[in-house]
Design a protein around this ligand. Sequence first.
Ligand code: GRF
Length: 232
Amino acid sequence: MEPRRVAVLISGRGTNLQALLEACAAGRIRARIGLVVADREDAAGLERARRFGVPAEVLSPAAHPDREAYEAALDALLRRHDIEIVCLAGWMRILGRGFVARWEDRLLNIHPSLLPAFRGLETHERVLEAGLPVTGCTVHLVRAEVDAGPVLVQGIVPVLPGDTVESLRERVLAIEHRAYPQALDLVVGDRVRVVDGRVVIRDERPGERLLLHPLLRDWPQPAAAAPSGGAG
Ligand code: GRF
């Protein structure tokens, strides 16, 4: 079977794009990244695409009268490149209902929290503020509501004593780079169905939708030995 043609949409540095490019190049995903689109020309990820020989286009919102026209141009660009599946990877624009409906179940996003917790921006700040022991990332199918939609894969990392927003962001990013290729592989392998708003994977193997940071591998911890009662 021909590899599926995937586009990646970015607004920034594109480390998730890099992870997807590498996974495709290594044959770990049966897909070919056929196009990268950025909504700003200073998106550093554009250079990563070019290094892999992938067409990298800038589609500037300022060049279009409104969101509808912008999304129509985006849709036309994707079709010109025969794109079948679209991955949002740090794409900072909210996509309208029409666009999302046209690409339903073929439009993926990655978010740096364990959805449905911490939708929106500044997720790591809020996780630290809440004093949580774990956080992570979610790859999901996009729906019109922001940071919502059937969950494909989640990756879980610990929050460690002394963590800062930066250190937590780095740890979450590292698991994002594993989670996105894994989720995309499920989609390009036609193994994903959505039933009642939830993802069902054909012939799912345990752990295919869940990635754990090495420090969490022994989870759940064996029950702590009961303290000796001082009897005798
Ligand atoms: C990631 O944290 C992703 O979850 C969020 O935006 C960030 C993009 O990072 N949606 P990068 O551009 O892939 O490095």
